[in-house]
Design a protein around this ligand. Structure first.
Ligand code: NAP
Length: 433
């Protein structure tokens, strides 16, 4: 059988990792696929004397590479939306299978790309786009395929989890830990994508599409970052038996699906609470198997390359199954996607942690509890903290309530003359049903 020929576009952290992994484990991979894999082209803008590129054609013209007849599979690892999208479409048009780690491109333009792939009977494989080294796409698509997925909740951005872990363990402020994360290379110079939850929203978009069989709807994911979380909130949550995690949550609710990324209080005994530092994890509640959790390294050259190469191996096997080498198993059957309503933020139902700084005088707590009660919100716990100057931080945990009711209550609490500063709200999930 002739070798399956690859073009690797982009030789950065992941691209170089993929090249090296394919070269180092060539024998093992051939044993698993029963077929030789040959890298025929790499797309690079500069010479790479640090890599073994012997016998491989090098070019900066990526569009030209994907048109070559001696390329069966294109590995897109340049990242970003453009020119990645144009290159993707050109590769598909020329009948190439595509493997990518580009969550931003798939979350924002995936519907068009998958439709084009369906039309040209090629597949797009993207295990590496969600949670790096954790094979969560395979888990959802294959391992849990018999189940109806109720919800999934994931720590799917390592930088955010590193920051929250440091804030909890060392009582450090957000800005201080962010600076360290940047120095350690975990966070980019512009950390917005990570700390404001955009990266997690990209990944959640992909996970939710597989879990519920819905189109990719990045624009409907409610996204809130962790930059407003204080060391004080982290400490109060601990005292109440919770920890704060930046979660991506997709949940089937009676009237539709909730897609949201935000800081979340979860009970300390929940498995997700034990995921620390840059580690990633996804918990899934599925109808037959119940709750399972998958954890591991969510980024880095090695783990991400491991996921990319696993996709390459799958594609090589698929190509080998078909006699003429053209038929493949589609990743998403577009015609069978469901049109389920995606809920707006006001329609979400969660419990809440509220922190209000108030004047230290009698009657204020009663005013707040009356407002909550009038809005139909029941209180689960109240923690009154020691006085700071002449202010008292009051922490209230509530039972689940629809968010529009909580908006109403917060605006009334905010308007009380005794309230100082912004009322802090953090959503709370027990993750037990
Ligand atoms: P990276 O280190 O910045 O590498 C990107 C590479 O692509 C660079 O070498 C860059 O070349 C090259 N490139 C960009 N535009 C190009 C063009 N037009 N022509 C030729 N080469 C071009 O990024 P990365 O971390 O490897 O990430 C790659 C993809 O994997 C992204 O989609 C990212 O989201 C995803 N991903 C990364 C990780 C991770 O841990 N790093 C984890 C999961 C997913 P120059 O060196 O010349 O700039």
């Amino acid at each position: 059988m002739k070798p399956v020929r690859l073009a690797i576009l982009g030789l950065g952290t992941v691209g170089a990792g993929v090249l090296q992994l394919l070269q180092e484990n060539a024998k093992e991979i051939k044993r698993r696929t029963g077929r030789e894999i040959q890298i025929t082209h790499v797309g690079t803008r500069r010479p790479r004397p640090d890599l073994n590129l012997e016998g491989i054609q090098q070019s900066a013209n990526l569009l030209e590479i994907v048109r070559q007849p001696d390329v069966d599979v294109v590995i897109e690892l340049i990242g970003g939306l453009s020119p990645a999208k144009e290159i993707f479409l050109e590769a598909i048009k020329h009948g190439k299978q595509v493997v990518t780690a580009n969550k931003a491109l798939l979350a924002e333009c995936g519907n068009e790309l998958f439709a084009s792939a369906d039309q040209h009977t090629v597949q797009i494989a993207y295990e590496a786009a969600v949670a790096g080294g954790i094979p969560i796409i395979k888990v959802m698509r294959e391992g849990l395929a018999a189940n109806r997925i109720e919800w999934l909740a994931g720590i799917i951005n390592g930088t955010g989890n590193f920051i929250l872990t440091e804030m909890r363990d060392k009582a450090r402020p957000f800005a201080d830990v962010l600076k360290e994360a940047q120095e350690l290379g975990y966070a980019e110079a512009d950390p917005t994508f990570d700390v404001e939850g955009i990266d997690a929203a990209h990944k959640l978009t992909l996970l939710a599409s597989i879990a519920f069989g819905i189109p990719l709807q990045f624009d409907k994911v409610y996204t809130e970052g962790i930059s407003k979380i204080t060391a004080q909130d982290v400490q109060y949550a601990e005292e109440l038996g919770f920890c704060i995690k930046h979660l991506g949550i997709a949940r089937r609710a009676p009237k539709g699906i909730e897609l949201r990324v935000h800081p979340t209080l979860i009970p300390k005994e929940q498995p997700l609470a034990s995921i620390n530092g840059v580690q990633n994890a996804v918990s899934v509640k599925a109808s037959a198997v119940g709750q399972t959790m998958y954890s591991g390294p969510g980024a880095g050259g090695g783990p991400t390359a491991s996921a990319v190469v696993a996709d390459i191996i799958d594609i090589v096997r698929d190509i080998s199954y078909t006699e003429d080498g053209s038929g493949t198993i589609p990743q998403l059957a577009f015609e069978s996607l469901e049109d389920i309503n995606i809920l707006s933020r006001e329609e979400f139902t969660t419990g809440y942690y509220l922190r209000v700084n108030v004047d230290d005088r009698t009657g204020v707590l009663a005013n707040i509890t009356t407002i909550l009660s009038n809005c139909g919100i029941s209180i689960d716990a109240i923690l009154q903290q020691p006085r700071l100057k002449n202010r008292v931080p009051i922490v209230i945990m509530t039972d689940p309530i629809v968010e529009s009711k909580m908006d109403e209550a917060i605006s009334q609490i905010q308007a009380l003359p005794a309230t100082h500063g912004e009322v802090m709200r953090i959503r709370l999930e027990s993750l037990d049903s």
